[in-house]
Design a protein around this ligand. Sequence first.
Ligand code: ISL
Length: 655
Amino acid sequence: MAFQPLTRRSTVRDVYRTAVGRDAIDKLLLQSGVPRAAVTAAGPLRLSLIDRLTSRYTGPGFIDAIIKLVNSEADLPLEGLSPDPVPWWQEAVFYQIYPRSFADSDGDGIGDLRGIISHLDHLADLGVDCVWLSPIFDSPNQDMGYDVRDYRAVMEEMGTLEDLDELIRGCHERGMRIILDLVVNHTSDQHAWFQEALLDPDGPYGDYYFLERGDPKTPPNNWTSFFSGPAWRWFPEAGRWALHLFADGQMDLRWDNPDVRREVADIVGWWLERGIDGFRLDVINYISKPEGLPDGNAFVGALMGFVGVEHYFYGPRLGEFLRGLRRDGFTRDRPPASTPRRRLEDGTLGDPLPPDPVGVMVGETPGVGVQLGRLLSGGGRDQLDLIFNFDVLDTPGHTRWDDYVYDPEYLKRFYRTYLSELSPNDWIAVFLDNHDNPRMLSKLAGGAERDPAVRTAVGKLLATVQLTMRGTPFLYQGQELAAVNQGFEHIDQLRDVESVNRHAELLAEGVGPRALWRQILAGSRDHARVPMRWTREGGFGDAVAWLEGHDETPGFSAAEQVPDPASVYAWHRDLIALRRHHRALTLGELTWVRPEVKGYLAYERSLDGERFLIETNPTPKQRRRPKLTGRIVPVLGGPRKSTMRPWEAIVSRID
Ligand code: ISL
């Protein structure tokens, strides 16, 4: 179907029919908590009428902003592309390490590469196929490495390039791949490029960034930063404003400049040659900004919490930039230093695999919904391989800063909708935790996880859903130990720039201390950033950790969990082993089982006549189990009684 540009005479239904429009509307509904049925009701209405009806709330320009956004993506056809033969990452289990908090080998309270090396067996035994390291490149750490000063050096406190080479080899020898974090929407203000740019804003490096002349009192547009305040910083020494969507030391790169694109591709190639198997690409959907940097719509800004996002979350040249990066950076033209050994059926390791022709590209894509996700990662589109869809993290009408209990019906709805909108060319990433979010276990249990039995049950339940959903699971460190949110009591205990800035901003706005702390505690990214609990006493031995954890509940450290066959760790390990032996659990079709039954999240996975039933009760209440036909034999969990225990999870075979 040819793409018909939208006009003000188009209807709401016309908008919803387009990939971009559908995602935009879904996102607005999700943020405001309005049900999808509203779209059906408003379907026949013309946009001009909607504009008239709503402009009182939305202000001028809202509808025009939507029209512009939709019309910018004429690149709709997704059907008819031929999917590759199954790429390795579709069957893999990824594991995200936050290196600063994983393991500390030298007692300085900061995790490091040698610490990771010493725990590689923990990951291999768990069954991890690919390790992802959050940033380890040289950085002043205003945003914990997401502000890179040198893309070809390791942060001093984390080790050396030689350590990293050893870590790469260590992964490969154990049959695991390893990817790094590529943060190239922005660099640190201390990066040599930015320093050069400040010295000579009209020279070649001035064009690497958004350096704008103007009045020191008035920023070039109304965009706001994700970490509070305007997205612009004035540099008196250069007499220019510089754009920073994140912290004021994270300067946005100008990807329209071909030199920037070439530099990034070179960096990627350099690392692939060292043996890195790909990258997770930080906020990669933000890299294309529209010409003229137009003001953001205030209504969208108020709803999303940030002004300007509609202009760059799926910018005009995004697809072109990604295709170029894939071709010029990720496609191997030189052999890597090493490749992972093949994992054999019987669990032993074989010879090294041939190099992957293209390094894996995992896009971190905040704000991207189902349809845009397909455009960015659909097989054969030559952009990304996988993307993260963040809509799973909070239920409709809530943000991470709200103190609320996660409704498990939404978890079911999220995956049902998501999977139902995919074609055979699409494949999704499945994640519940990362370093930017409080723990899903705590969100779902809503405080009940203080009871160790509940904590164990919920930890197993989430693992079950994540490791048997149709998609590639990304575990985050600590999930295998049922890590929970921390009992922080004071802002001085937090280290994250986002929490600290937000705290200051709310304080300045006059928000009362209790309400303020409630928000910060609900949403702080530091919950997931405390040291990994290797032993009962904590993570980093006697050292004072850079960020202290507060979880002292016995039973939830690696030392206690690993040897215990009933632990959350063992559950993860057993599930991963089961996946490895039964492709029905990775590549198999997924069919929902009695999805209308509240408090029953269940589905079947099947392939070549092999069938598995996954059943969970994601609620604190005992529930009657729906009656199903067939011979159902539990293989993990059980027994399978007529009532389901609170938080029960069972994986069965259907014979
Ligand atoms: O925490 C958020 C802001 O409210 C998220 O939107 C988050 O910033 C967003 O998902 C982008 O995250 C990534 O880029 C950031 C970095 O701080 C995060 O740690 C990283 O995961 C800037 O590089």
